[in-house]
Design a binder for this molecule. Structure first.
Ligand code: ADP
Ligand code: 5GP
Length: 196
């Protein structure tokens, strides 16, 4: 069977956006996705947040001052950006476009407001909500990670209520009960080249 080519639609690799409340396991699942599918590229975000112990500039985030972040916005270099729990986070546009144009599937791990912006900019992007098995499990994972002060945990839990209430806006909801299973589902989306 020949697949009809629509010349109006440039062929680019899939863009999968993973969102979900802080502590649900996004980083953990995304790292497992990269292990299961080494062809996938994970976008590196810019942020004004301070690095956590062990985080490396250019690998986990591009850590920058508010003024540097302002400049990226001003220059139109961000595909999306949002304020989250007192800091700003944004996705550099260029590398996302370049990887997709080269046929490399791209995954973004971002919060709700940013995910909405990506959907507006590119309705073909697939928005996936990573959900906790329960609220109690979410709280336990967030506190168990031990990386935030009690005040930061409270702020993230407040944001989580808003994020969970918006999960119907997403194309897919994946419950993170088992890391490997959740990652496998995401890999399926990243390798799905059906035009959307
Ligand atoms: P997020 O990136 O969404 O903020 P993390 O990936 O940092 O979340 O995960 C939060 C905590 O939950 C970490 O301690 C992680 O090891 C743990 N975790 C993630 N997924 C699972 C899972 N499926 N089962 C049990 N613990 C998990
Ligand atoms: P953390 O501080 O825990 O690394 O991230 C806090 C929140 O910011 C998480 O929900 C994470 O997904 C989100 N985030 C990380 N990078 C970006 C980004 O580039 N844009 C947006 N909108 N959110 C991001």
């Amino acid at each position: 069977m020949t697949v009809p080519i629509n010349p109006a639609r440039p062929v680019t690799a899939p863009l999968v956006v993973v969102s979900g409340p802080s502590g649900v396991g996004k980083s953990t699942v995304v790292q497992e996705v990269l292990r299961q599918a080494p062809d996938v590229w994970l976008s590196v975000s810019a942020t004004t947040r301070a690095p956590r112990p062990g985080e490396v500039h250019g690998e986990h985030y591009f850590f920058m001052s508010p003024a540097q972040f302002d400049q990226l916005i001003h220059d139109g270099q961000l595909l999306e950006w949002a304020q989250f729990a007192g800091n700003r986070y944004g996705t550099p546009r260029g590398p996302v476009d370049e990887h997709r144009a080269d046929g490399v599937p791209v995954i973004l791990e971002i919060e709700l407001v940013g995910a909405r912006q990506v959907h507006k900019a590119d309705p073909g992007a697939r928005l996936v909500f990573l959900a906790p098995p329960s609220w109690e499990v979410l709280e336990a994972r967030l506190r168990g990670r031990g990386t935030e002060s009690e005040q930061a945990v409270a702020s993230r839990l407040e944001a989580a209520r808003v994020e969970i209430a918006a999960q119907d806006e997403f194309d897919d909801v994946v419950v993170n009960t088992d890391v490997s299973d959740a990652a496998k589902t995401l890999v399926g989306f990243l390798h799905d080249n059906t035009p959307r």
